[in-house]
Design a protein around this ligand. Structure first.
Ligand SMILES: [Fe+2]
Length: 251
């Protein structure tokens, strides 16, 4: 059975809509969401409502920041967090809906472990905060080695917004170099970053997500109307414009 794994939507409803339609078109019903549904983008309510029925959801650092105060965010990012929190408390929206949104944030898991895989927003060592990046395969191999001791076969992560495969030999594989398809090796572990739905940072502005059938991971990239998302961000005074600019370049 196939599942879809999505992460880092960042309140980008245009990207999320395109991704969900693609998942539906493939006949996949089970979606695991790795968090950061909100933060940075202009449509936090819409994205949360859309993902409430997901099979499973883990908490991202942006959900954590909205719930528990983001003291480790810089001032500009914190303003976006505060704006997001205000959106979830909007007095012109039904109170019940506001409760539902907050409850949804409150029940997100730190980490999900099934027979087939582990799912976590950032890293198995530090579920919402630790970044794993391609640089680590050169500069911090000890960190990667340690991370691989925390899961069995395959672990899906988001957080860095850079899609890719980290092999147990501590190699990073860019999905584009292998046609977007990676078959798990017998007896070898793999750490898979799904990339970001709503704010890619690998130089490709297209929305990113993966599907998994228990043996093979497939990376998908989809065009969406990022100009529409950019316009909304620019119109919203409390969201800094650089959050719009980066969507056009995928950085
Ligand atoms: Fe994120």
């Amino acid at each position: 059975m196939q599942i879809a794994i999505i992460s880092d939507i960042h309140a980008n409803i245009e990207a999320l809509t395109v991704v969900l339609a693609d998942i539906k078109r493939r006949g996949i019903k089970d979606i695991v969401c790795l968090g950061d549904i909100i933060g940075y983008g202009p449509n936090p309510r819409e994205c949360l409502l859309e993902l409430m029925d997901c099979k499973a959801v883990t908490m991202g650092n942006h959900e954590e920041a909205v719930l528990y105060y983001g003291e480790d965010f810089n001032p500009k990012a914190r303003e976006a967090i505060d704006w997001t929190r205000d959106q979830l408390n909007r007095s012109d929206c039904p109170k019940e809906e506001n409760y539902d949104l907050w409850n949804f944030l409150g029940v997100m898991e730190q980490m999900i472990v099934t027979d087939e895989a582990m799912f976590v927003h950032a890293s198995p060592r530090d579920p919402t905060k630790e970044y794993v990046t391609p640089d680590d395969t050169q500069k911090d191999r000890e960190k990667l080695e340690e991370i691989f001791t925390h899961f069995e076969r395959v672990c899906f992560i988001g957080h860095s917004h850079i899609p890719g495969i980290y092999t147990q030999e501590l190699r990073y594989i860019d999905p584009k170099t292998i046609g977007g398809e990676y078959k798990l090796e017998e007896g070898r572990k793999a750490l898979i970053n799904t990339g970001a739905v709503g704010q890619p940072r690998d130089g490709d502005p297209r929305a990113s997500y993966v599907t998994f059938d228990g043996a093979t991971v497939r990376f998908h990239r989809l065009d969406y109307d990022f100009k529409a998302t950019m316009e909304k961000i620019i119109k919203e005074e409390r969201l800094p414009n650089y959050l719009a600019d980066r969507l056009a370049v995928g950085r």
